[in-house]
Design a protein around this ligand. Structure first.
Ligand code: ADP
Length: 261
């Protein structure tokens, strides 16, 4: 075959490959757009559904409370116990709905980010955790924290979830100790929330960040399994990452990155 013919054949092949790549890029883009769209639709649905569930739930618990209050003499001990369980269940459901609304709200109503002092967000979180800290006699300490680019109320929520967990998942016989610190890396700040609690096995490091995934029953440690997925979503919206290092019985170190100012 003459060199000219060979070049023409090669050019033909290159054109075919280019066209195939274009097609591939177009269908990947389309698939991404469709996925984004169905994610948004799902989140809108979850938001509206959770919102609408609040009213009937309020009705159920108010009528149960009314029965308890108005008919104390007509109820035997067993019935009172059953009403107690039903009220407990509706209280748990209320918490679940509130957490779910909080989770979906992060994507459906994006919050403005600005240069803020992360220590202020930490102090606000600690004030919300005052009674849990007092009840468990937890010792919470922290280093001086930097200014970062973030949404203050979301950073407060993040600290509140991580420190709340650090206090909740405590070893039965030890006083919880939590230390918060931050280290500068070349491109960002690495935050750490270190506790001396029950710890987590390596095989669960990813699973615990998924929504509704819990490693304990509600009787052992109460919770909804949404807190860490809220933390992950907040950090994703800030362009950072969040992960945990831990060993059972040796405490956990939850870490996340944020851009500095
Ligand atoms: P919740 O605390 O409501 O169960 P989270 O999403 O905050 O939900 O946490 C998911 C799971 O991760 C918890 O059920 C618990 O098993 C584990 N976990 C979270 N934080 C800690 C911690 N500091 N120490 C040990 N286990 C933890």
């Amino acid at each position: 075959m003459s060199p000219e013919k060979k070049i023409a054949q090669l050019e033909q092949k290159v054109k075919i490959l280019e066209r195939m790549m274009e097609d591939q890029t177009r269908s990947t883009f389309l698939a991404h757009t469709q996925l984004d769209h169905s994610n948004n639709t799902l989140e809108q649905f979850a938001y509206v559904a959770s919102h609408h569930l609040q009213e009937p739930l309020r009705m159920v618990s108010s009528y149960l409370q009314l029965i308890e209050k108005r008919c104390p003499d007509k109820l035997d001990n067993e019935s009172k116990e059953f009403i107690g369980f039903a009220l407990e269940g509706s209280q748990r459901m209320k918490q679940l709905i509130l957490n779910l609304l909080e989770y979906v709200d992060i994507s459906t109503h994006p919050k403005e980010q600005a240069v803020i002092n992360s220590e202020t967000a930490l102090k606000l979180a600690l004030s919300k955790l005052e009674s849990a800290i007092a009840q468990t006699k937890a010792q919470v300490t922290y280093d001086a924290l930097p200014t970062v680019i973030a949404n203050e109320s979301q950073l407060q929520c993040l600290f509140q979830n991580l420190i709340g967990n650090a206090i909740k998942y405590k070893d039965k016989n030890t006083t919880p100790k939590v230390h918060i610190s931050a280290q500068k890396t070349s491109s960002a700040w690495d935050f750490s929330v270190q506790d001396n609690g029950i710890g987590i096995s390596k095989e669960y490091f990813d699973k615990i960040f998924l929504i509704f995934q819990r490693l304990h029953g509600n009787n052992e440690y109460p919770g909804t399994g949404i807190g860490l997925s809220i933390c992950q979503k907040i950090i994703q919206h800030h362009g950072g990452k969040i992960w945990v290092e831990s060993e059972p019985g040796k405490g956990s170190n939850f870490q996340f990155t944020l851009l500095g100012s």
